[in-house]
Design a binder for this molecule. Sequence first.
Ligand SMILES: Nc1nc2c(c(=O)[nH]1)N[C@H]1C(S)=C(S)[C@@H](COP(=O)(O)OP(=O)(O)OC[C@H]3O[C@@H](n4cnc5c(=O)[nH]c(N)nc54)[C@H](O)[C@@H]3O)O[C@H]1N2
Ligand SMILES: Nc1nc2c(c(=O)[nH]1)N[C@H]1C(S)=C(S)[C@@H](COP(=O)(O)OP(=O)(O)OC[C@H]3O[C@@H](n4cnc5c(=O)[nH]c(N)nc54)[C@H](O)[C@@H]3O)O[C@H]1N2
Ligand SMILES: [Mo]
Length: 629
Amino acid sequence: MATVEDGRLVRLEGDPEHPVTRGFLCSRTTRFPATQNSPARLLSPLLRKGGELVPASWDEAIAFAADRLLAIRGESGPAAVLHYRSGGSLGLLKTVVDRFWEAFGPVSVKRGDICSGAGDAAQMTDFGEEDSHDLFDLLNARHILLWGKNAHVSSVHLLPILKEARRKGARVVLIDPVRHRTSHVADSVILPRPGGDFALAMAAAARLFERGQADPEAASYCDHLDAFRALAASRTAEEWAAEAGVTPAEADLVASALAGRPCATVVGWGLGRRMNGSATVRALDALGAVSGNLGIPGGGVSFYFKRRGAFDTSFLSGASARTLSEPLLGQEILAAREPEIRAVWVTAANPVAMLPDSSTVARAFQSRELVVVVDSFLTDTARRAHVVFPTTTLVEDDDLLGSYGHHWIGASTPVLKRPEGVRSDLEIVQLLARAIDDRTGANGNGIGPAVAGSAADWKRRLLAKVAPLGATLEELEKRPVRNPIAPPILFADRKFPTPSGKVNLVHAVPPSAPDEPGYPFWLFSNSTEHSQSSQWAGAPPALVTVTCHPAAVPGLAEGDLVVLESAIGRLTARLAFDPEQRRDVLLVPKGGHLDAGTSANVLVRARATDDGEGAAYMDCRVRIQWGRS
Ligand SMILES: Nc1nc2c(c(=O)[nH]1)N[C@H]1C(S)=C(S)[C@@H](COP(=O)(O)OP(=O)(O)OC[C@H]3O[C@@H](n4cnc5c(=O)[nH]c(N)nc54)[C@H](O)[C@@H]3O)O[C@H]1N2
Ligand SMILES: Nc1nc2c(c(=O)[nH]1)N[C@H]1C(S)=C(S)[C@@H](COP(=O)(O)OP(=O)(O)OC[C@H]3O[C@@H](n4cnc5c(=O)[nH]c(N)nc54)[C@H](O)[C@@H]3O)O[C@H]1N2
Ligand SMILES: [Mo]
């Protein structure tokens, strides 16, 4: 809920009537008015002239982009154009931008997903479907495994539910190599070796089988049960526990939680961002299955809320001229041939700061003939553009939203008039379509008709599946509505939409990231409560803070300047101590700015996860050099 005074946003609060937000917001969204009112906001298009980005009129900037895009398409074909879209404010209307690029091309697009790709692939492989139990089903659980999830930072609205579940008697076990504030809502905290979760899952599985606690019915709904049991039994629980960097008692705790049905496993997104990340999520899926926790209230292995599930995006064909792997985007842009990638259009993303190996990504963008960025701020990516189109913020936007953390959907309507000089993503592709159609003489059967329509028209179109079930635009504009087609319990009939109809149990040990001698620390660039990725952080801090156990860096003091060094880059940081961390862990924030020297991604190698083409952000090994670089 927004408070606007004299045309200015002064406050954002949670809706007290929303069943999940219940009147409070995370701290980064509470502070959003400062971003909204920031003098850094872009208020007119920018065009590169004589090496500098300078203000330009919409007519001039659109004409420039249309001319260059048409020339490139004419000479090299649409595959020479890459459209890169990421989350931004996550509005569903951004898919109309994809529609534009399908109609213009189809052009080249990204493949995989740096954020959730590994876990998505795991759940689709195992269950044939990817969604979560209703959030409030956690209140039916006797045990909750928070497996690598920092609810305190990344999903605060989970906290009241965890607290309520505990009041009702549930026991919460948190498993994360990093010690964080979510431990305050846990009954037990296990700090495994980074990337050790596959072994921890096998230790727990070994115990479940040893004690005869596996579900006797498991064979009726699981494929590869014998192979999974043999894998778990290939070492003792003690050996698996040692490999996971935990005590046998800690592995027992996990096994006992699963055996004390119902046990809900809530899978976080950090553990998937490793070279064995997809297989690790598969191991958690398998544990949930063999322990009999699938399809029952208070159970499940929940990784992802199918936030687009309610919406009808059948206007997209999914066609592309070519795909480039998202975690390897910088090197793939540089290497693409026949045709080369000559132009990149960026929607709702800051890849130069947020993709791994950001120096290579920066080089890839800087060396293109045409880079167009649609954003509200001059980000690291926008600074490398030839054209920047200023767009609306989430409080000016007219859109539909699903959520990362629950099944309620919502409509956003502008609470502020967009500044003169700013256009929504929808309006921008409509302007561009008109300019292109004018130039190609394709009026009537050009791109324009593919993206025509008001925001309200598109909202209605997106709601076509759920409006007949009550989730109409009128209703959504009044109150949040639970996605009527999301089941509260998944696989309640123990039927799975896999080819065999059964759960596909993982049954091979995945290769982990190779060891890197000389780089003793694991660098965690985790979400912080201060920002949303590189967004909303206010003025960037002059220096990154790196947190570690004091005994990890003998001879150094808090506040010292250090240089973090990985195989591919260096980053200067200020040291802070936390005696509760493991001694092999270093912590820096996930956001940051490349040009300001505060992006962790100069250190992170571009490597894909074992499946799903996620980014192995967390397999980042570093050493500490003393003193400033
Ligand atoms: N405040 C804030 N909230 C955010 C975001 C933000 O930037 N700031 N980002 C949003 C985005 S983009 C996303 S994708 C979502 C989810 O965003 P994430 O921040 O990815 O959320 P989590 O699910 O909490 O998973 C992160 C946790 O995984 C842990 N982890 C890393 N490696 C391992 C491992 O090997 N084993 C185990 N067990 N744990 C491991 C990390 O230490 C961390 O605590 O959150 C969203 N919420
Ligand atoms: N080191 C490290 N790097 C990471 C991660 C990590 O854990 N560690 N996490 C990864 C994850 S989970 C994710 S999801 C990615 C996020 O990567 P990105 O999505 O690229 O990052 P954001 O910083 O959220 O940038 C989004 C940009 O979109 C703009 N924007 C917001 N709303 C809109 C809109 O409506 N329209 C348009 N056109 N623009 C808009 C914002 O101003 C912002 O500049 O980062 C990844 N990078
Ligand atoms: Mo993400």
